[in-house]
Structures are given as C-alpha cells and as structure tokens.
Design a protein around this ligand. Structure first.
Ligand SMILES: [Zn+2]
Length: 260
C-alpha cells in the first residue's frame, strides 16, 4: 500500500540475540530500515538474554529498545541466583529499558497445566514493573485466564498481551482494562487473529514479529525479520477498513504512548 506519511512501522517483540541472528543481524536491521521499520523492541527470556538484549539495544540505538525479564519457558532452567540477578539488572537499567518482558505464564509447556513454579517468577516480574512504573510485555499462551487473574492484583496500567491467542470472550475484559495486544505475521492466515483485530480498538493494537519464530503463508522458509511488518499492517488496514496512513500513524502513536 502507498503511504503519503513517512513510514514508521514498529516491531515491538523480537528476540534479536537468538543464534539465528548472530551472523545476519546487520542485514536484518538494514532490511528493516529499508522497509520503513523505525522502532524495534528486543525482548529477553532470562538473565543472559537480558544482558544480550541490553547490549544489542544500545549498540543499535535509537532504532532498538530493550525489554528484559524472565520468560515462563525459562523458569525450569533458572539457576539459584538468576531471579535475583535479573531483578537487580532491571533496577540497574531503569533508564535503559522500555519494559519488563517477556514474562508470563504458559500452559502448554507442562502437559496442559501452568507449572506452579511459573507463578512466583511472574509475580516477582510484576512487582518490579509496579514498583518501577514500567510497562510489561506478557506471554499468555493457553493461560490468558490465569494471567488476567494474576494481573488484577497489581496496579500496572501498561500491559501488552503479546500474540494474544484467546479466548475471544476475555477480550472485553482486556479492552475494559485498557490493555494492548500485539499481532504478528500469522495475522495473514490465522482467522482467530483476524477476529481479534476486528474486535480490538485500533488505539490498543501494536505490531510484532516474535522473530525468529517461523511463519507460514508468504513467509514460509524465510528468516523472520521486522521487514515482515508492512504486510502485517496492510492486513490490519484491510480488516479495519480504514485509511492506510491513519492506521500506520495510529500504531506508531500506540508505540509511543505505551513505551516512551
Ligand atoms: Zn517472544
């Protein structure tokens, strides 16, 4: 689609420290720039990747931003000091990070149950977000109900439910609470995401890739990159049946409102 305004796409969720980007990061960031992606938020998963995230985000600043924290999939492999070390790292880098993330709960990691050990780590991350007044980027795969319940005991106004995958009937609560959702390349072919975007108000939608997660459809066989974002945005434009420039500007405003 053609945009009269300056292209300012955003990818608010990517794991650029992943080994798949080790030799490709310069090319990936160059492609992102060519595509008009002007802001990229790197999300960590544990202590080491939080360090990596801080390092990459500062190296490629001001286009890249850091979110650090502990992902539910890393809870089972945390070493003894890791939670405390990560919390200290957050405290030491309050001006160098834009959010705490990626944190949350995941039901599918543990035979259909949210592993009990995920709760204390998630709670610590939420306490840190609340006390430092930071936004949070939340992973809620198969666990949206539990995530919403846990979140209700905190005063954290800026919550981004990344790749929210349902249930659809929790959406009214998400909207009521003023939370944001970020949608990625699978919106081109995943009906539930198209329905989500149709329901969510545009001023609470953000775009992401969650790279290096691979995608199907037109992205099949390609290394996931922020340069996929224009296709994601075009799909939102089609679903919302709104003016393309208006959607592009609104999503960029959402990015500024949420993170900056
Ligand atoms: Zn992720």
């Amino acid at each position: 689609m053609d945009y009269g305004v300056q292209k300012r796409y955003v990818d608010v969720h990517i794991h650029l420290y992943d080994p798949l980007y080790e030799s490709t990061i310069e090319a990936v960031l160059r492609d992102a720039e060519t595509a008009g992606v002007s802001a990229i938020v790197i999300c960590a998963e544990n202590y080491q990747t939080s360090l990596d995230t801080l390092q990459i985000a500062s190296k490629y600043s001001p286009r890249t931003y850091a979110a650090i924290g502990i992902h539910p999939s890393r809870v089972s492999s945390l070493d003894e000091q890791e939670l405390d070390k990560t919390l200290s790292l957050i405290e030491q880098n309050l001006s160098g990070i834009v959010a705490i993330g990626e944190v949350g709960l995941d039901r599918r990691l543990n035979e259909g149950e949210v592993n009990k050990n995920q709760f204390p780590v998630f709670n610590e991350m939420l306490r840190a977000a609340e006390s430092h007044d930071l936004p949070i980027i939340v992973h809620s795969r198969g666990s949206a109900t539990e995530v919403l319940k846990v979140l209700s005991s905190y005063n954290i106004p800026k919550v981004l439910l990344h790749w929210y995958s349902g249930p659809q009937d929790s959406l009214h609560e998400i909207i009521e609470r003023g939370y944001y959702v970020s949608v990625g390349p699978s919106i081109l072919y995943a009906r539930y995401l198209q329905d989500l975007v149709a329901t969510m108000p545009l001023n609470h939608i953000l775009t992401e890739t969650d790279g290096p997660v691979p995608y199907k459809g037109p992205f099949k066989g390609r290394l996931t990159s922020p340069s996929f974002i224009p296709d994601v945005l075009d799909t939102i434009v089609r679903i919302k049946q709104r003016n393309a420039e208006e959607v592009l500007s609104q999503v960029f405003e959402n990015f500024q409102e949420f993170f900056l």
